[in-house]
Design a protein around this ligand. Structure first.
Ligand SMILES: *[C@@H]1O[C@H](CO)[C@@H](O)[C@H](O)[C@H]1NC(C)=O
Ligand SMILES: *[C@@H]1O[C@H](CO)[C@@H](O)[C@H](O)[C@H]1NC(C)=O
Ligand SMILES: *[C@@H]1O[C@H](CO)[C@@H](O)[C@H](O)[C@H]1NC(C)=O
Ligand SMILES: *[C@@H]1O[C@H](CO)[C@@H](O)[C@H](O)[C@H]1NC(C)=O
Ligand SMILES: *[C@@H]1O[C@H](CO)[C@@H](O)[C@H](O)[C@H]1NC(C)=O
Length: 217
């Protein structure tokens, strides 16, 4: 009997937890909903962070990745060269015009601003003339061309000892040195460049045609 009563009294106790089971279940589902909400919130935040990171990476790889502008020389020209002695000697008192046509390629997504350019010509290492070109800008992802003309005196060139050998060979070798200082600015990020290009040209005195040209930048 005692055993039976005990069993009987145990039963309601055993049934009781089933009542609180519902409460626990709703509490549990509430927690689940809340957890899901947080998870969704966290997921959105992660997506936002990912998008921001992707944007930042894209920007740093494009706009903020400042690349060096590239300078090249396209054409050299010798003009106004007056010759005497069956077109073998530059006439005394005349000037030789040396024209260099350069290109500056801007690979950036913002413009490249440059200051006055300078081009100096040398004959066997001795300066024979210098010219300044105007300041300007090369638009984003564009290539700008610029011509610089240097005037050198024929008389000055004739005074150098090497000129006799050169004139007798019919070829004249000169070298040029151009400088293009400038900058690229993306918001507060600024990068300065001092573009330089050295060229050596050999031209036929009688035809004034460029026989050889070699540049180093
Ligand atoms: C040669 O150039 C100098 C200096 O640039 C100039 O004074 C002179 O008049 C020029 N001579 C000729 C013949 O063009
Ligand atoms: C650039 O050239 C211009 C015109 O030749 C001149 O007025 C200016 O002072 C030069 N600027 C620099 C920084 O040399
Ligand atoms: C530079 O000179 C070349 C010929 O020497 C000419 O075709 C070209 O138009 C000139 N460019 C500029 C920007 O003056
Ligand atoms: C270019 O020429 C200048 C002047 O002669 C010289 O100072 C410079 O070192 C040369 N640069 C290169 C890369 O040859
Ligand atoms: C220079 O050019 C002329 C005319 O084109 C040619 O007859 C001569 O052989 C050339 N001289 C040299 C050294 O190349």
């Amino acid at each position: 009997m005692m055993d039976k009563e005990q069993v009987m009294s145990v039963r309601p106790l055993a049934a009781d937890p089933s009542g609180s089971d519902d409460e626990e279940a709703t509490e549990h589902s509430n927690k689940l909903i809340q957890r899901r909400r947080w998870a969704r919130f966290g997921f959105s935040i992660s997506i936002c962070i990912l998008v921001i990171c992707a944007l930042a990476t894209a920007l740093s790889l494009t706009v903020f990745n400042i690349k060096d502008p590239i300078v090249t020389t396209n054409v050299f020209k010798v003009t106004k060269l007056v010759l005497i002695y069956r077109r073998t000697l530059p006439a005394p008192g005349t000037n030789i015009s040396l024209v260099v046509d350069m290109s500056v390629k801007n690979r950036n997504m913002v413009s490249f601003k440059y200051d006055n350019t300078t081009t100096t010509w040398y004959y066997h290492g001795i300066e024979i003339g210098e010219a300044e070109g105007p300041a300007g800008l090369v638009k984003a992802r564009r290539t700008a061309r610029m011509n610089v003309t240097v005037v050198a005196s024929a008389d000055q060139i004739s005074t150098y000892p090497d000129v006799i050998d050169d004139l007798s060979s019919g070829l004249l070798t000169l070298s040029s040195y151009s400088r293009i200082p400038g900058r690229v600015q993306v918001f507060s990020k600024k990068k300065h460049f001092d573009l330089r290009i050295n060229c050596t040209i050999t031209f036929n005195i009688s035809s004034q045609a460029i026989k050889e040209q070699e540049c180093m930048s």
